[in-house]
Design a protein around this ligand. Structure first.
Ligand code: CA
Length: 336
């Protein structure tokens, strides 16, 4: 099986002095981070996020749970510094992460860096922005077109480093032959429409050429923000259609057998220990009594107003804008 191919480009853009975006290429892990915070803190945040992911226990056998753990650890590292005193106080970063596995990709993200899938003639956004305007679009208070140009479009509702706990969105997508994935910062998507992104991804067969063409298009459109594009082509000699499905079907059968055996074992163990010490109506399943680390996060207060000001008052805005001008840092990226 051939290796996946990828190409990446990151640029300061035409208006900024420094580049706070970062990317990571460590197959099967690919990630883009867009840092924010004054006095160089944005650069520190995005670098810390990717350094943490670089050493995370992620491989082609990892699943959504491992991605959540990796992003939680990255959040912990950044929050430790962002919640202290000093120039890093208040820093944060977006993070879009893609993990290639056999026949599927797992996608995890926090913030407004995006992951797209090009399949045939169709470009699909796999991530949903964690922004105030995206929430307003979902509530029918704003159209997609208005969200594209709204002055508050850069306000995030989630970011790494913003709170002690983070709630990433994670999903799994089955790979089909010739699928192509794009990870990018908002410096691309605020400058270049999805249709143009699709045309460039279709036109440029080489992933490095595609990434560079996307960054060039954002600069030609004004380059108002840092721009990062990371194009990933999974192995092109995937098994013919049918085989992956059969392998998965067998996998599910094995999982079902293990589950039945485990359940029988647990029942046998409980019976051997006598009556359960639970109150009527209380679940006695092991899963229900396992503490969930995320459940310790404080509840999100109700939204009292759709306006950014109202959301900020309710504590839902982290106070960062990923496209606001400010002190920014170096161009960087790691590739292995
Ligand atoms: Ca940005």
């Amino acid at each position: 099986m051939s290796k996946p191919a990828s190409g990446a480009a990151s640029d300061t853009g035409r208006l900024r002095e420094h580049n706070e975006d970062s990317y990571l290429v460590r197959p099967p892990v690919y990630a883009v981070a867009d840092g924010m915070g004054g006095h160089a803190a944005g650069e520190v945040a995005s670098r810390l996020a990717l350094e943490s992911l670089e050493t995370a226990a992620l491989d082609s056998d990892s699943g959504p749970k491992a991605i959540r753990s990796a992003l939680a650890e990255a959040n912990r590292v950044i929050f430790e510094q962002s919640s202290g005193e000093g120039p890093s106080r208040g820093m944060g970063t977006t993070c879009a992460l893609l993990l290639l596995t056999d026949g599927a990709v797992h996608v995890g993200h926090v913030g407004d860096s995006r992951i797209y899938l090009l399949r045939g003639d169709s470009l699909t956004q796999l991530t949903r922005d964690h922004t105030v305007v995206a929430d307003m679009v979902d509530k029918g208070l704003m159209t997609d077109e208005q969200a594209m140009t709204d002055s508050s479009r850069g306000y995030l509702t989630r970011a790494l480093g913003g709170a002690a706990a983070v709630d990433p969105d994670v999903r799994t997508v089955t790979i089909e032959p010739k699928d192509r994935f794009l990870l990018c910062s908002d410096g691309l998507t605020t400058m270049v429409a999805d249709d143009q992104i699709r045309l460039i991804l279709q036109r440029e067969a080489d992933p490095q050429a595609a990434a560079e063409a996307l960054v060039a298009a954002a600069n030609e459109a004004g380059g108002e923000d840092n721009i990062t594009a990371l194009v990933v082509d999974p192995a092109t000699d995937l098994a013919p259609a049918g085989k992956p499905q059969r392998r998965r079907a067998i996998g599910w059968m094995q999982a079902a057998i293990v589950l039945v055996l485990l359940t029988a074992g647990i029942i046998a163990l409980l019976v051997s220990k006598g009556p359960l010490a639970t109150t009527p109506g209380q679940s006695s399943s092991p899963a229900a009594t396992t503490p969930n680390p995320e459940s310790t996060a404080p509840p999100i207060p109700p939204r009292t107003s759709p306006s950014p000001q109202g959301l900020e008052a309710a504590g839902l805005i982290l106070g960062w804008s990923t496209d606001a001008a400010g002190p920014t840092m170096l161009d960087r990226g790691w590739s292995y």
